[in-house]
Design a protein around this ligand. Structure first.
Ligand SMILES: C[S@@+](CC[C@H](N)C(=O)[O-])C[C@H]1O[C@@H](n2cnc3c(N)ncnc32)[C@H](O)[C@@H]1O
Length: 190
């Protein structure tokens, strides 16, 4: 049986607070975002995908580094805020999509898994990683960033990164394991 966190859980979180993780103001988020941007091996990407984009704070930082960016989430209210934040960026698409069921039929050279993969159980994360491999060019980068603390979610951050590291055709490029978050960059090989 699958044990992913359901849409209703996230909808109730956003109903109570429009920025439930304080993405706009928290120093943890700010340093995580800066580390994420600094770790991207290329200055520019042709086609990037950020599933679980929330209100678009990281998407706004990614936008100048991408020719095209698809940012998606499962909660409409979060996407309304993301669309407002990114309305000046015509190369950014904001779409409601549940992952993995509504994974886009596109090919990317960057996929950003920032604080989303621990909402999946191990089997679903395996499905997600097969979709990642099926929708990336050779040489594409996958970046994962997750909080390392205890959670009520199906997976802990470190376990997420162990599982992603087992994905065939992904080779590790960068690993940062600080006190608060773990960050890895992998490259898609042929
Ligand atoms: C902690 S936020 C991460 C936001 C952003 N990636 C960042 O690092 O700033 C997780 C987001 O993932 C979304 N989410 C959770 N499960 C999802 C799923 N199955 N499909 C799409 N989005 C999902 C939630 O609605 C929430 O907005």
């Amino acid at each position: 049986m699958r044990a992913n966190i359901p849409r209703a859980y996230f909808e109730s979180i956003y109903a109570a607070n429009s920025d439930p993780w304080n993405f706009e103001t928290s120093s943890y988020e700010r340093s995580k975002y800066e580390a994420t941007m600094a770790a991207l091996p290329r200055a520019r990407y042709e086609s990037a995908f950020e599933p679980g984009c929330s209100i678009g704070v990281l998407s706004e930082m990614l936008a100048p580094r991408c020719q095209r960016l698809l940012a998606t989430d499962i909660v409409t209210g979060a996407l309304v805020q993301a669309a407002e934040r990114l309305k000046g960026h015509r190369h950014v698409r904001i779409e409601e999509r549940a992952i993995p069921e509504e994974w886009p039929r596109e090919t990317f050279d960057l996929i950003v898994l920032s604080e989303i993969a621990y909402y999946f159980d191990e089997a679903t994360l395996g499905d997600v990683m097969r979709l990642v491999i099926g929708s990336t060019w050779v040489g594409a980068h996958v970046i994962g960033v997750h909080w390392r603390g205890e959670t009520d979610y199906p997976l802990r951050g470190d376990r997420v990164h162990e599982l992603i590291s087992e994905t065939e055709l992904l080779v590790p490029l960068i690993h940062l394991g600080g006190d608060e978050f773990v960050l890895d960059v992998w490259e898609r090989r042929s």
